[in-house]
Design a binder for this molecule. Structure first.
Ligand code: PGA
Length: 239
């Protein structure tokens, strides 16, 4: 699975052009490819992707029912707009808006309830990695999912070391393998899809995908260029 996270990028015309290019990316039926544009562009892009195999996703949503929540989008709205998935708990949202795995549980439940799948993000900071706590920190980010009585069959986890996001840095192959095994262990699901994220590019993709236990990538910066995004899909398929 290769998912593009456009973050807060693209003016409307750029988003349309990028989505049109992504819609033409060829991939094997066994590879799921998706994009998560800014919420305002989900609707126009849903029309562009009609009839294509590219999945559409939201970058966030909340678990509340319809109601008085200024500025928020709920899981039903994302689903209604044509999304197949929602990214939840990205480190940028954890850092900026104080989201925690516990506070995200209603959103995880609501996303699963609609039939979408959550792409639940976890990852340690540089300081946590350097002090030897990375595995522990990520295990703590995963564990709340187990306490909520959720059917986690459809959940996708994205392991994104915070220090690797947007920096050009990448975790070592051994560290990726160790972390992905830990995520599956804590989840108690050997079959869970665990993506890697953090500066995945056409240049780094082969190395990242050679790590055992990697189910694909969550791609930020490189997903803003359709050729680079396609090259990452191709790297996955020749792995
Ligand atoms: P990046 O972002 O590929 O630009 O590092 C990845 C992410 O934050 O999902």
């Amino acid at each position: 699975m290769i998912i593009g996270n456009w973050k807060m990028n693209t003016a409307r015309a750029d988003a349309v052009a990028l989505a049109e290019a992504v819609a033409n990316i060829e991939h094997q039926a066994s590879t799921r490819v998706g994009i998560c544009p800014p919420a305002l562009w989900i609707d126009p892009i849903a029309h562009i992707l009609e009839g294509s195999s590219i999945l559409l996703g939201a970058q966030d949503c909340i678990g509340d029912q319809f109601g008085a929540q200024t500025g928020c989008i709920n899981a039903d709205m994302a689903h209604d707009a044509g999304c197949a998935m929602a990214i939840l708990g990205h480190s940028e949202r954890r850092a900026r808006f104080g989201e925690t795995s516990a506070s995200l549980l209603p959103a995880v439940a609501a996303v699963l309830e609609t039939g979408m799948f959550p792409v639940f993000c976890v990852g340690e900071t540089q300081e946590e990695r350097e002090s030897g706590r990375a595995l522990d920190v990520v295990a703590k980010q995963i564990r709340p999912l187990l306490t909520a009585g959720l059917d986690l069959g459809g959940i996708v986890i994205a392991y994104e070391p915070v220090w690797a996001i947007g920096t050009g840095l990448s975790a070592t192959r051994a560290d990726i393998e160790e972390m992905h095994a830990t995520v599956r262990d804590v989840l108690g699901r050997t079959d869970a899809l665990v993506l890697y994220g953090g500066s995945v590019s056409p240049e780094s993709a082969d190395e990242v995908f050679s790590a055992e236990g990697v189910s694909g990538a969550l791609v930020g910066g490189a997903s803003l260029n359709a050729d680079k995004f396609a090259a990452i899909v191709a790297a996955w398929e020749r792995k």
